[in-house]
Design a protein around this ligand. Structure first.
Ligand SMILES: C[S@@+](CC[C@H](N)C(=O)[O-])C[C@H]1O[C@@H](n2cnc3c(N)ncnc32)[C@H](O)[C@@H]1O
Length: 223
């Protein structure tokens, strides 16, 4: 093989080793332009921890654009209570808490993995928002059945085959005008039963966003 072609082949092989990691992490660049600006020292503190978690991530989290979307959705509906399935280390939770610190709301978030749950709690502490966050350790399919309070926004980002079960268990608690936001509606391929449930129920209106990346389903509970 010629020297040039060998080098090209080596470069292609190196890229193919890197690309799946980059893709799996959902870090394929940003569609939103511009930095997120802090309007107060409290917001600055949350944004600094978000940047730190993003830089030093060890576990999968939503891409920054999806985090920003969560913040905009929660803040624009004046969310008082947001519920998250799949806390991991708290990255998406911190985006929700950025909104909730403005609306005076609170987050209840569920994680099955003890180490990630502990990391999330520490990140919430560092960001100064621990008092607005209830981080529950355990199987969310079981734990959510203990919820009684009305919910403004649900964010589903835990086990991908569990989305329909989460929807069935939590939709009755979501207020009219509330939202169910589901991550990974493009990649990995979502459960068709979940997609069917959010697109065929006349009480729901769903749009799909950021589908160039992991994809987000935003479902409005109309009544
Ligand atoms: C993709 S990660 C969530 C990322 C997080 N939302 C973020 O953006 O920072 C999915 C998480 O769901 C958790 N998980 C999976 N099955 C679960 C279950 N049945 N109950 C609670 N958490 C679960 C995993 O341990 C993992 O941390």
């Amino acid at each position: 093989m010629k020297k040039g072609r060998r080098a090209a082949l080596r470069a292609a092989l190196a890229l193919s080793a890197i690309a799946p990691v980059a893709l799996a992490q959902g870090r394929r660049g940003r569609a939103s332009e511009g930095a997120v600006r802090a309007n107060s020292p409290e917001e600055r503190r949350i944004l600094d921890v978000l940047a730190d978690v993003y830089r030093n991530h060890r576990y999968l989290s939503v891409p920054e654009d999806d985090g920003r979307l969560l913040r905009v959705l929660a803040e624009s509906i004046g969310a008082n209570h947001a519920v998250e399935l799949g806390t991991s280390t708290g990255y998406s939770g911190l985006w929700l808490l950025l909104a909730l610190s403005k609306t005076g709301g609170r987050l209840t978030t569920f994680e099955i993995d003890r180490e990630r749950h502990a990391m999330a709690r520490s990140n919430f502490e560092r960001a100064g928002v621990a008092q607005f966050a209830t981080a529950v350790l355990g199987d969310a399919h079981v734990e959510v059945t203990k919820l009684k309070d009305s919910i403004d926004l649900v964010f589903i980002d835990a086990d991908k085959e569990g989305y329909l079960d989460y929807l069935r268990k939590l939709l009755p608690l979501v207020r009219a005008g509330g939202l169910v936001v589901a991550h990974n509606m493009a990649s990995p391929p979502p459960d068709p039963a979940y997609v069917s449930a959010i697109t065929t129920d006349p009480a729901l209106e769903t749009v799909f966003l950021n589908m160039h990346d992991a994809g987000v389903g935003v479902t409005l509970k109309k009544h």
